[in-house]
Design a protein around this ligand. Structure first.
Ligand code: GAL
Length: 422
């Protein structure tokens, strides 16, 4: 914005000078550029304020976390005073493609896209190509888009989180909580903790991703343990294992990292690794598609084969997002568990939605990983403002945000959230 003003003033002065000198002797007039030419130069060099008409394309309006992002983004865009329309793809990529094509035909000059299909890079590439042909910037958000797609168009960028981070932080949180409360959690006293795990969805574009980390070096590990004394001290004195994840074996890196990180912390605390509640299930995860209803159904079925009053109860619930965690809480409630008092097993999610925060407060869930809906919305709004000012969509982002090295991708940080006394 400042840059814009400086340029504007400089050219205003040149222009004024040119107008004055036009009354001067002929030689001087010849050296001075005609008014039209100066106007042309101004147009080229000074970015023009643009009347932005944005299309915001959501993969599914029914997604709980994204509804909070939508509320936050609506407020931001309202405050910017731009015209915008929200579109619901209802989980159908073909529908989103049509919405984008017709929005562009109707004069939309900025695309803000929450892509539906993340299983392959084609969908995002296709939208990027459409944006390039129409010469409009595209801001992808939340649902990850491959680096190669972002790098294929200079006006494409991404705002989201680093998905693996949520899994890593969640795994550390769960491992530590279980290590500290092992005997209480081991309901059937068999020495093992039996878990159910609900992943978000099947679909992975990080097929080559390998994560090889030393847990002690992990930022969440340090942040999480610095304020603790008991278990943390013990954990840190034990040799840390290296965790290697090969993403092609599972849906996405958030879902991949939770259990290995949790098991690493348990190993460090001299505790056995978690055991999956259903020995016959080789995947050891079930996709809930981020949905509370689907998670509720999965949990109901699991509780029918492994009842809480039987020999092999489920002892911990791990979900890739809060809505799925809350679906499991509801299924447990129907059996008289996790009502906020009495019989309770630990339930963990990701997002820290208002409902999850309340459930944690009431003792129905133990913890979540905050994903900032407002942080995401504010970041997108900053990029929109660039477009409004006629600047490049990603202008200044590197100085202000946490940006990837290999592509124009901004990463909004996560935060571990548990009840205070935990
Ligand atoms: C995740 C979020 C989920 C769901 C999903 C949709 O980041 O944790 O709750 O909203 O995005 O892609």
């Amino acid at each position: 914005m400042k840059k814009f003003l400086t340029l504007f003033l400089t050219f205003t002065m040149v222009f004024t000078l040119a107008s004055c000198t036009s009354k001067a002797p002929e030689t001087l007039i010849e050296e001075t550029k005609p008014k039209e030419q100066i106007e042309e130069i101004i147009e080229e060099v000074i970015p023009e304020e643009i009347e932005v008409k944005a299309g915001v394309f959501w993969y599914d309006f029914s997604d709980a976390f994204l509804s909070t992002v939508r509320d936050a983004l609506n407020s931001e865009l309202d405050a910017l005073g731009i015209q915008y329309t929200n579109y619901d793809a209802a989980s159908t990529q073909a529908r989103q493609n049509v919405q984008i094509e017709s929005a562009i035909a109707n004069g939309v000059n900025l695309l803000i896209v929450n892509i539906v299909d993340t299983a392959a890079i084609d969908a995002a590439q296709n939208i990027t190509d459409i944006a390039r042909v129409a010469d409009v910037p595209v801001i992808f958000f939340n649902r990850e888009v491959d680096d190669s797609v972002i790098n294929s168009y200079e006006n494409a960028c991404f705002v989201g989180t680093r998905a693996a981070e949520a899994g890593e932080a969640q795994g550390i949180m769960i491992g530590k909580y279980i290590a500290e409360n092992y005997d209480d959690i081991d309901l059937n006293c068999d020495g093992y903790i039996s878990y159910i795990y609900l992943v978000g969805e099947i679909g992975c574009y990080y097929s080559d991703a390998t994560i090889d980390v030393n847990l002690e070096d992990h930022p969440y590990y340090a942040a999480f343990t610095s304020s603790q004394t008991n278990v943390a001290t013990r954990l840190l004195n034990i040799t840390t294992p290296k965790i290697e994840l090969i993403c092609s074996e599972a849906p996405d890196v958030r879902s991949m990292s939770v259990i290995p990180y949790c098991n690493a912390v348990l190993t460090m605390a001299n505790k056995p690794e978690l055991t999956y509640y259903d020995a016959n299930n080789t995947d050891k995860y079930q996709p809930s598609n981020w949905s509370k209803t689907t998670a509720f159904e999965i949990m109901e079925t699991a509780l029918s084969t492994n009842p809480m009053d039987g020999d092999a109860p489920i002892e911990v619930v791990i979900a890739n997002n809060d809505d799925a965690a809350l679906g499991c809480v509801e299924a447990l409630n129907n059996k008289g568990w996790n009502t906020g008092e009495g019989n309770t097993i630990p339930v963990f999610g990701v997002d820290y939605t208002a409902d999850a925060a309340a459930a944690i407060e009431e003792g129905k869930m133990v913890g979540s990983i905050l994903q900032s809906a407002t942080g995401m919305a504010e970041t997108i709004a900053d990029l929109v403002e660039n477009v409004m000012n006629g600047e490049h969509v990603f202008d200044g982002a590197v100085e202000v945000f946490n940006v990837d090295e290999d592509a124009n991708k901004i990463r909004v940080p996560y935060e571990i959230k548990m009840k205070e006394e935990n």
